[in-house]
Design a protein around this ligand. Structure first.
Ligand code: BGC
Length: 398
């Protein structure tokens, strides 16, 4: 494979992302754990031990650092830190602080997500995001995370994919407990407002902890593409599902872009990809350049100069050569954005590990395979290939 000079600027983040519930295991105080064990919710399989990363995070970080990555995005779990309302576990706070220190000791810059989909059971019982006082409860939790993030953490993400949270809230109202299908049903408006308020309160709380921390949030981008006859897709799709959350980030230090595939919209709404289209294990269309479209759309709405970080991008596949091909196409698209003047400051692949994909372990997004019984980790060729670019920052040719 030939290489050319790097398009990635000095200090560019090069890493992989994970989320606590998807890798830690036994997140028993969370709403998702409860849902996974409720037959009425119809979840395919429960997370149980997941990747046992709660105990094996050092192995995960050793591997990522040895592979050549310089950045690791992981989340801290509200349900562990505040297992009962108003009771904060100093042991869990110390656990996550050890993770931050462990990352720094290995030369990995930690990006800490404060909320990645799961909430404590008590918060769900209290009424969730739209209940009176929810925003204040979230802000108090963020303040209690001070010992974790006050020193040595440059990037903090308040809330992962607020747009997916609003969509899931909409689904739940219609009796569906699952993870949203591609195309995304309509987000719940009340949740949208509440989650934006929670973000703004969290940004303030993080700045109060240390004003130098770079705070942002990460938005799922569906790359809506209009087919002939489609109605105004900005009003119907982009605005409620993406733009409203991008606009809410104006004034933040950075904005996370998360992208996997595209969604074509015809006159009757989302159109599934043709039968001959290549699909991934999530049944999404294989479309590596999605991330370029997502970055450009986000840059347009966030306003000039907003630093963008690709905080998730990847493919669920059992064929690791397709993962390398996907990342090759995706990185070329990211590089083209940078060449066109977009302020892209990092690229974090989803995901470091094969993990619990919100209902099932079957869609394997990982750069690193995990044995479900022994939890032994094995870096896939794609991990070796992508990690090595952490040193060279040279772009592979497609
Ligand atoms: C989420 C991850 C998820 C991934 C693939 C994003 O929606 O942040 O938690 O595993 O996409 O579905």
């Amino acid at each position: 494979m030939t290489t050319r000079t790097t398009p990635f600027p000095e200090g560019f983040l090069w890493g992989a992302s994970t989320a606590a519930h998807q890798i830690e295991g036994n997140n028993v105080n969370s709403d998702w754990w409860r849902k996974e064990h409720d037959p009425a919710a119809g979840i395919q399989e429960p997370s149980l031990d997941a990747c046992d990363s709660y105990h094996r995070w050092e192995q995960d970080m050793d591997l990522l650092a040895d592979l050549g990555f310089t950045d690791y995005r992981f989340s801290v779990e509200w349900a562990r830190i505040e297992p009962a309302r108003g009771h904060f576990s100093q042991a869990e706070i110390a656990h996550y602080r050890r993770m931050v220190d462990g990352a720094l000791a290995r030369g990995l810059r930690p990006m800490v997500t404060l909320h990645h989909f799961t909430v404590p059971r008590w918060f769900e019982d209290f009424g969730g995001w739209t209940a009176d006082g929810a925003v204040e409860l979230f802000a108090r939790y963020v303040e209690e995370c001070a010992p974790i993030i006050a020193e040595g953490v440059r990037h903090v993400c308040t809330i992962n994919e607020p747009n997916m949270i609003a969509v899931m809230a909409g689904l739940a109202k219609s009796g569906d407990q699952g993870f949203p299908p591609a195309g995304l049903p309509t987000p719940d408006e009340e949740t949208t407002h509440a989650i934006i308020a929670a973000h703004h309160a969290a940004v303030k709380a993080v700045k109060g902890i240390n004003p130098d921390i770079q705070v942002g949030w990460t938005i799922a981008n569906q790359v809506y593409q209009a087919l002939p006859g489609a109605k105004d897709i900005t009003a119907a799709y982009r605005h409620p599902r993406e733009d409203v959350f991008i606009e809410a980030a104006r004034g933040d230090d950075w904005l996370g872009v998360q992208s996997y595939t595209r969604t074509k919209i015809g006159s009757e709404g989302p159109v599934t990809a043709p039968a001959e289209a290549e699909r991934t294990l999530t049944q999404w269309e294989y479309y590596p350049t999605a991330v370029g479209h997502a970055l450009r759309h986000t840059a347009d709405f966030a306003g000039p100069g907003m630093p963008l970080i690709v905080t998730e991008n990847g493919i669920a596949t059992a064929d690791d050569t397709r993962r390398v091909a996907y990342y090759t196409g995706a990185l070329a698209a990211v590089a083209a954005c940078i060449e066109d003047g977009l302020n892209v400051q990092g690229y974090l692949a989803w995901s470091a590990l094969d993990n619990y994909e919100w209902g099932s372990f079957a869609p394997t997004f990982g750069l690193i395979a995990v044995n479900p019984v022994t939890f032994e980790r094995t870096a896939k060729p794609s991990a070796v290939w992508l990690g090595a670019m952490g040193n060279t920052r040279a772009l592979p040719h497609a």
